[in-house]
Design a protein around this ligand. Structure first.
Ligand SMILES: Nc1ncnc2c1ncn2[C@@H]1O[C@H](COP(=O)(O)OP(=O)(O)OP(=O)(O)O)[C@@H](O)[C@H]1O
Ligand SMILES: [Mg+2]
Length: 319
């Protein structure tokens, strides 16, 4: 039976008791381009730490730096007490990785993929066979043990990659967009599995473009833009600090015209594509001004992490 879910507070979210990952003033460039810029952050043991940022912000590069697969030109990285990249090989024995793109052996079966991966960690076939049933059960792939990877759905492949990452019973999991491309059901299943891992005390570093995923799972987040940290904190603190009032989404009209109409009533407005976001402490006034206009879709809701992301990553219409 799975242990009862543990909340971030139970896990001691935010209390840096035992440092699992430490980045201090890390810099990495490719040619002229600085991809990670003076980045510092600390992840406590047992914490779920999220990296958010637009495409190209540097999230996967940070994951590679952490594994010693890429060398920083400045700064200091320590993972599980080991200096990286110098002692990355030792750290990697205690880390599990779900890379952004699946790199399973397509022609092998599910069981064979686990076996081959276990060998990388110096495990014998017997060792791997012993833990295979529990890994398959964890990934809900019991009925697929002898299926080739080519026969699996995208969600199953992702679950197999996650099961494979657990083969060495790692202390830290680095998950680079673990649910991208999955349907909502498959995504919820992975979220449940990740929560089970956190309740077992694993440390997770998660990159994601799904704000709901970050909000649900992460104790703390770091928002990046062009390799620089632009915000850090627990999801709800970021939401309160950055937004702190109800949101009205308006679509179905000309967002620029509507923006002019409601701007005087709003704390802040923002246009993203065809949607106008209105941040207003008194949403009733805004709704009253828009009521009666035909063809408009109006949605009033509490602020969320997506609002924080839109605000911080530069699509804001400045008042
Ligand atoms: N090996 C490389 N050589 C040159 N440039 C690279 C290399 N790897 C990454 N980059 C560049 O570094 C920047 C950061 O890339 P990275 O893959 O870390 O971003 P990301 O935040 O993971 O993006 P995404 O959300 O799209 O996965 C991008 O501009 C990318 O083009
Ligand atoms: Mg990436």
């Amino acid at each position: 039976m799975e242990p009862a879910p543990v909340t971030p507070a139970d896990r001691g979210g935010g209390r840096v008791s035992n440092v699992a990952i430490d980045f201090t003033a890390v810099k990495k460039s490719y040619g002229e381009k600085v991809v990670v810029d003076q980045l510092s952050f600390t992840v406590a043991s047992g914490e779920c730490f999220g990296l958010l940022g637009p495409n190209g912000a540097g999230k996967s590069t940070i994951a590679r730096l952490m594994l010693g697969m890429s060398t920083p030109e400045a700064g200091k990285i320590t993972v599980l007490g080991e200096k990286v990249p110098a002692r990355a090989r030792l750290a990697r024995k205690r880390i599990g990785v779900v890379p952004q793109a699946d790199n399973l052996d397509l022609e092998f079966t599910v069981r064979e993929n686990l076996l081959v991966f276990g060998r990388y960690f110096g495990m014998t076939a017997k060792d791997v066979e012993k833990i295979t049933p529990s890994l398959l059960e964890f990934a809900r792939l019991e009925s697929k043990a002898d299926a080739r990877v080519t026969e699996l759905s995208g969600g199953m492949k992702r679950r197999l990659t996650l099961a494979r990452a657990l083969i060495n019973d790692p202390e830290i999991l680095i998950l680079d967009e673990p649910t991208t491309g999955l349907d909502p059901h498959a995504r919820h299943l992975i979220w449940e599995r990740l929560r089970a891992l956190l309740s077992r005390g694993k440390t997770i570093l998660l990159t994601t473009h799904f704000m709901e995923e970050a909000e649900r799972l992460c104790d703390r987040l770091c928002v990046l833009e062009a390799g620089r940290k632009i915000a850090e904190g627990p999801p709800h603190t970021l939401i309160d600090e950055q937004i702190g009032c109800p949101v009205i989404e308006v679509y179905g009209g000309d967002p620029n015209e509507l923006c002019g109409l409601i701007k005087p009533l709003a704390q802040r407005t923002e246009i993203s594509g065809e949607t106008l976001f209105c941040y207003a402490p008194n949403p009733e006034q805004v709704l009253a001004r828009l009521r009666g206009r035909t063809g408009l879709r109006l949605l009033q809701r509490p602020p969320n992490l997506e609002d924080v992301f839109l605000r911080l990553t530069g699509r804001e219409m400045r008042d």
